[in-house]
Every structure is written in C-alpha cells, then in structure tokens.
Design a protein around this ligand. Structure first.
Ligand code: PBG
Length: 326
C-alpha cells in the first residue's frame, strides 16, 4: 500500500501540524440579554446557563468574559410588555435602558467590540420584526424605524449594528442614515440569510418576543432554499454590509459554505439558541459529553467557512481554552 492516510494521524504533534481548521476565542461573539433594573439575574429556562442581566451585573459578566479573552458581545434587550407599542418607539427613546447599557459598557471596556440588535420585535406589541398593519408586515414603513434605532445605538457608542429583521433594502437605508448622522465608522453585520427556523424558541422565551399572531415566513427565508441566499448576499454586499451572516448555523452549514465561496466579505454564523439548547439538554442527561461535543459543534461551523461565530457557548469555549482542554 503506497498511500496510508493514517501515517499523518499517528501522533498529536503530526495531527496538530496538519490541522486545517481551529476555533479561537477571537472568532467568537457572545450573546448577552440585558434587562432593566438593578441586581436582576434570571436564568432562561430553555437555555440553562444563560441569564437576563441588569446593567450592573452585565458589566461584571463582561469583565469576567474579557478576562477569559472574549472581546466581542452581541446584546439583546428584554423589554417589559408595557413599554412595547406598534412602532417600537422605546427602541430609540432616550430613556431606553439598552442604550444606557451600551454606553456604560463602551465606557468601561473601550477595547471590547459591541454589536447591537436592530429589529422591532423586542419592542413591538405585535412581536414582529417589522411594522404591522391589518396583519401584514410592511417593509418600507419599517425602514425608518430601523434606521432611527441604529442611529440611537451609534450615538451611545456601538461598534457594529446588527439588522436581524430581514426587511428588503434595510442595509442601504441604515447605511445612508448612519453616514448622514456622521457615523460612517459604525459597521453593519447583516443577517443576510436568516431562515424562518423553529430553532429560535429559547431566544423568544428569553425576550418574550414571539409573534402575537402569524409567523415570520413573509420576511425570513424558507428553510428549503439555498440559492436564494446568494441573492440576499449580493444585495447586502451592494448595499454596504461589512459582514454577511447565516442563521441558524449548524442546520445551514451548506449555506455558510456557499456564501464563503461567493463573497469576499467576512462570513458570520449564528449558532442559535435552539441549537445550543439541544446540546445542553443532551449533556445534562448524560447522553453527550459537553466538553467534547461543544467544541466539535463550533469547529463544524468554522470548517464550513464561517469567519465569525455567534454562540451561547462562547464563554464555555473560552473557559475550556483557559483550562487547556481544547
Ligand atoms: C429577532 C431575533 C431572533 C434571534 C435573534 N434576533 C429571533 C427571531 O427572529 O424570531 C434568534 C437568536 C437565537 O435563537 O439565538 N430579531
């Protein structure tokens, strides 16, 4: 036998030498849920180990993460029902605790990279990402609201805005409004290929943001479609996006691969709440080994072509790195 692939696997040193992909802490973005008040910490039942935190505790959490080498965070607001309305006005209100959280985090940790969520659903009394009229999600009426939200976030120091709503034309609209307000340095991480997935369940529990009626199928992509992701990517690129995101990640590895082949922009992949919850539940039952399965999950996303991974496992992974386990 001339060719024996096993020869290159015979020692850890050799395996390390020819390893094609590695996940590093630099690749990871850690999602955090922010709530109003003080000393507030409540666990998300369907995503154990993840919490809704008030700003004081959020600052502590970010400090802990930074010590583990994590530098990038994506923040989501948990808004009480009384503050929600049809136009999501609280999203850009000067009183918004989410904007205050961004401001305080940036002041405390100027070297961090803070990413925001731009979509109406955490603030919408309809629970949709866009403006609803007669049961319809209106596209062009939503755009100015998203832009107001993005500019308000830029004003308090956000590094990257993350439009997660899937309205047509929003990247261009937000880019123009940001530039007009003097924020040409604020980046846009666009949720380019965001699918109408059943795997956002724990996230919607965390925010209590499920749609009050209907579903998100008229704006989020059909899970059956792959080529359509290229169309979305071409548009986002032309509209000035700095990152293209695929979401969910694990169930859409083929789409990550496709966009990485098609585009020169960095590709982000969102390892969503439901994907992480499956592994957490299996590990809790003793069915999977968390310390081995979790890094393998992140690696699969990297191998598919993601440059950046958003994952609820970011902190857990950074801990394993620190302990020398990966
Ligand atoms: C909504 C938004 C969702 C997530 C991020 N932003 C849910 C949705 O579209 O309903 C899901 C993230 C996750 O499941 O981890 N703008």
């Amino acid at each position: 036998m001339l060719a024996r692939p096993r020869r290159n696997r015979k020692s850890a040193a050799l395996r390390g030498m020819i390893r094609e992909n590695r996940v590093t802490v630099d690749d990871l973005i850690y999602p955090l849920f922010v709530t109003d008040g003080k000393k507030q910490k409540s666990e998300i039942a369907s995503l154990p180990g993840n919490y809704r935190l008030s700003i004081d505790l959020l600052l502590k959490e970010v400090e802990t993460c930074m010590k583990l080498g994590l530098k990038s965070f994506i923040l989501f607001p948990v808004v009480e029902e009384a503050l929600k309305d049809k136009e999501a006005t609280y999203s850009y209100s000067k009183k918004n605790f989410y904007l205050k959280a961004i401001k305080e985090l940036k002041k405390e940790f100027p070297e961090s990279c803070l990413i925001s969520d731009v979509a109406m659903d955490p603030y919408s009394s309809d629970g949709h990402d866009g403006y609803v009229e007669d049961g319809k999600i209106l596209n062009d009426e939503t755009l100015p609201i998203l832009a107001d939200m993005a500019v308000a976030q830029a004003e308090v120091g956000i590094d990257v805005v993350g439009p997660s709503d899937m309205m047509d034309g929003r990247v261009e609209f937000i880019r123009e409004e940001l530039d007009e307000a003097g924020f040409e340095e604020v980046s846009i991480m666009s949720y380019t290929a965001k699918y109408a997935s059943a795997f956002y369940g724990p996230f919607r529990d965390a925010l209590d943001s499920a749609p009050k009626s209907g579903d998100k199928k008229t704006y989020q992509m059909d899970p059956a479609n792959k080529w359509e992701a290229i169309r979305e990517a071409d548009l986002d690129e032309a509209e000035g996006a700095d990152f293209l995101m695929v979401k969910p990640a694990l169930l859409y590895l083929d789409v990550i691969y496709l966009l990485k082949e098609q585009s020169d922009l960095p590709i982000a992949a969102y390892n969503v709440s439901g994907e992480c919850a499956m592994l957490i539940a299996a590990a809790k039952n003793g069915w999977l080994d968390y310390e081995k399965a979790m890094p393998e999950m992140l690696l699969s996303i990297k191998r598919a072509g993601a440059d950046v991974i958003l994952s609820y496992f970011a902190k857990g992974f950074a801990k394993l790195v620190k302990e020398g386990k990966v």
